[in-house]
Design a protein around this ligand. Structure first.
Ligand code: BTN
Length: 249
């Protein structure tokens, strides 16, 4: 894929910028990267605090012609790409907490927010926003047990080098995804990094909560959870949250 990187000093949210650019006709491969965000967005309507001079905040715009029901898988394609890029830049292994948090030493180091805009039932823009904590030294109290940065873990990297490496890994993984429009070719590598695999988890659905053991993912990126009565449930990322029984992972 050909990337066109737009660098901003300060913005509201790179996801909002990329969605606006999509509407204005920007091509696939447009990447908005900002040094800071005033209204950084996390999943489930949360904020993504985005101070200047410390972290990587970027959004990639795709304009795919596949059906909107394939879109949620791109989050997992990006999660795998970020984990692989971090490994090559930092030289150690990173894990993935399903579906898309990158984790180091049981703490979250990167979050991904995928959003889609549609026009007459087809995808107008698919934006994948990525926030990697690079050199943030402090987190608000409520995040201290669950969030970390490369620097806090004794690692360092140059933000633009990391961005280029993520985009390189994404190109390769996206090509593999496009062959069958599923995660068949990426599943094994994703599962190698999947920290929930083989672990007991609690599944929090809007309709209730249950426990089980995470087995892996299927080709659609759904988490397979074997409940205690031996049934295997396929969990779609949407509204569900999956927790380890001993904490965040
Ligand atoms: C999460 O809650 O885990 C997802 C966080 C995603 C944050 C990134 S930072 C760049 C992009 N712009 C945003 O407003 N959010 C995403």
């Amino acid at each position: 894929m050909k990337y066109n990187i737009i660098r901003l000093e300060r913005t509201g949210s790179t996801n909002e910028d990329a969605k606006r650019l999509a509407k204005e006709g920007a091509p696939e491969g447009t990447v908005v990267v900002a040094d800071s965000q005033d209204a950084g967005k996390g999943r489930r309507g949360r904020k993504w605090i985005s101070p200047p001079g410390s972290n990587l905040y970027f959004t990639l715009l795709l304009k795919p012609d596949f059906s909107p029901d394939r879109a949620s898988m791109l989050t997992l394609v990006m999660a795998l790409s970020v984990a692989e890029a971090l490994e090559s830049v930092a030289g150690i292994e990173f894990g993935i907490k399903w579906p898309n948090d990158i984790v180091l030493n049981r703490k979250k180091i990167c979050g991904i927010l995928t959003e889609m805009t549609m026009q007459d039932g087809v995808i107008e823009g698919l934006v994948i926003g990525v926030g990697v904590n690079v050199s943030q030294k402090e987190f608000p109290e409520e995040l201290q047990t669950t969030a970390t940065s490369l620097q806090l873990e004794g690692l360092s990297c140059e933000r633009m080098e990391l961005l280029n490496c993520i985009l390189e890994c994404f190109t390769k993984n996206y090509e593999a995804f496009l062959k069958c429009l599923d995660l068949g070719r990426l599943k094994a590598r994703y599962e190698e990094k999947l920290l929930n695999r083989g672990k007991e988890v609690r599944v929090l659905e809007p309709s209730g909560e249950y426990g089980g053991r995470a087995l892996g993912i299927n080709e659609n990126g759904e988490l397979l959870v074997e409940t205690f009565d031996g049934k295997v449930k396929e969990i779609f990322a949407g509204e569900v949250s999956v927790r380890g029984i001993y904490g965040y992972v």
